[in-house]
Design a protein around this ligand. Structure first.
Ligand code: TRP
Length: 440
């Protein structure tokens, strides 16, 4: 189909990306976008955000922050296609096609939905679906639309998203089976090496839901404060410490080179104090993050620039999604009534040849439509003429025709301003004609 491999991933625009997101998703994605043999598609999943977050301010701000972060990390938007999900109207359209190809039973098994049901069960709610929206329930279908819209091959995601990619494949297979080969079956790209989950302030996995995160671009003083809150044990300076069970060391080594890490490992054996270690971690991270943080802060003051980048990305994305959606629409039988239906196996639109009688019918249909439209225009013109005639009569028969004409014109002008499309056009015609007649 297409020669280059396509890599696609989205970030839900709720909350602020943290160090764990940076290492696990952002950094590898920016690196992957530099490879010449891949086309990368990265997007802000703002429709997904609505599932979790009903605060418009947060959704809006988070979109801006996350876009600024990608740009500050040096994503090359000429090479990668970087866009906002909600700028691509074909995505929700495709989501509906896919919804009709998705077994309800499969959605019953989706992790996010099941976790919510389990929670209701735990709380002894008699309604196990309490508080669960259709958005949450159908979330994997929207995600499948994100992926299939661009026929992406590889989807870099965290382990928690693997099931969604499996579901996406399943849905794509069903669609292909029903309507012909339109979709590539995507594969999850999960980085198995290294401990990919970074620990947070309290030693549990760094996650917004635990409230234990270090935001990627926290200002230096906040970064310092957060690092000072990282949980350690009660060992005193001078006592040897175990680096491998320590969050400070874990974060340090996730950013530092192997050589630098080795030096710090030695310092643990030599009994470095927690205060010292926290200071070192802060210095290291702050040096590492400062250049990108500076760019981030600059970019955040320039929403017009961010918006322009997103618009550029939307245009690039829609160059794919528009024609593809057109093809998918005709594949399912939604298209102009004039012309044929795409045949199932080829996946290529085949226009049915019309014979003479059919062609004549089509032509007659067109001619009739044109005649009706012409007639309507004539009727409208007639109505306008009658209206104007009446107005002119009233004006001429009034005691002060000049004042009356001014008043009528003003009233008409006001009406034009407030009117909707079609009425506006008619009123405008009336006004023009009246002016003409009054000046003659
Ligand atoms: N569901 C993903 C998450 O919460 C975000 C996402 C939305 C996504 N659409 C996607 C990821 C498509 C990969 C591909 O992390």
């Amino acid at each position: 189909m297409q020669a280059k491999q396509r890599v696609l991933t989205g970030i839900t625009t709720t909350g602020t990306p943290h160090l764990g997101n940076y290492l696990g998703a952002l950094k590898p994605a920016v690196a992957a976008s530099q490879q010449i043999d891949t086309d990368s598609f990265y997007f802000l999943a703002d429709y997904h955000a609505l599932i979790k977050c009903q605060d418009p301010q947060t959704v809006h701000r988070s979109g801006r922050e996350i876009a600024a972060i990608w740009l500050a990390l040096g994503l090359d938007t000429d090479k990668a296609t970087f866009y906002r999900q909600s700028d691509i109207p074909e995505i929700p359209q495709l989501a509906w096609f896919l919804t009709c190809m998705t077994g309800k039973g499969m959605m019953n098994r989706a992790h996010a939905y099941k976790a919510s049901v389990d929670e209701n069960q735990r709380q002894l709610n008699s309604d196990l679906d309490q508080g669960i929206s259709m958005g949450l329930y159908s979330y994997p279908i929207l995600m499948a639309a994100d992926i299939l819209m661009f026929n992406a091959h590889h989807i870099p995601v965290g382990k928690d998203q693997i099931q969604h990619i499996e579901m996406c494949r399943d849905i794509a297979m069903r669609f292909n089976h029903t309507y012909g080969e339109h979709f590539v079956l995507p594969e999850a790209m999960v980085d198995e090496g290294e401990p990919k989950v970074l620990s947070g302030l309290d030693g549990r996995k760094m996650s917004k839901s635990y409230g234990n995160i270090i935001p990627l671009f926290a200002p230096a003083d906040e970064l310092k404060k957060l690092i000072s809150q990282i949980t350690t044990n009660s060992l005193q300076p001078g006592e040897a410490k175990d680096p491998d069970s320590c969050t400070l060391f874990e974060i340090y080594s996730a950013f530092a080179s192997p050589e630098e890490t080795l030096v710090v490992r030695q310092a643990y054996a030599n009994g470095i104090g927690w205060g010292d270690m926290k200071g070192q971690l802060f210095e290291y991270l702050n040096d590492y993050l400062t250049p990108a943080r500076k760019r981030y802060e600059e970019i955040m003051t320039d929403p017009a620039y961010i918006e322009a980048e997103l618009q550029k990305g939307a245009a690039k994305a829609r160059a794919h999604s528009e024609p593809f959606m057109q093809r998918l629409r005709s594949a399912v039988g939604i298209m102009s009534l004039v012309g044929g239906v795409e045949t199932k196996t080829t996946g290529v639109k085949v226009k049915k040849e019309l014979n003479q009688a059919e062609q004549a019918k089509v032509d007659a249909g067109k001619a009739k439509a044109i005649a009706i439209a012409k007639q309507r225009v004539q009727q409208e013109a007639q109505q306008v003429a009658l209206e104007v005639e009446a107005l002119v009569k009233t004006i001429k028969s009034s005691s002060d025709p000049k004042a009356a004409s001014e008043q009528v014109l003003r009233a008409l002008q006001e009406k034009v301003g407030g009117a909707k499309k079609k009425a506006k056009k008619t009123l405008q015609q009336t006004l023009e004609l009246l002016k003409q007649q009054l000046t003659h």
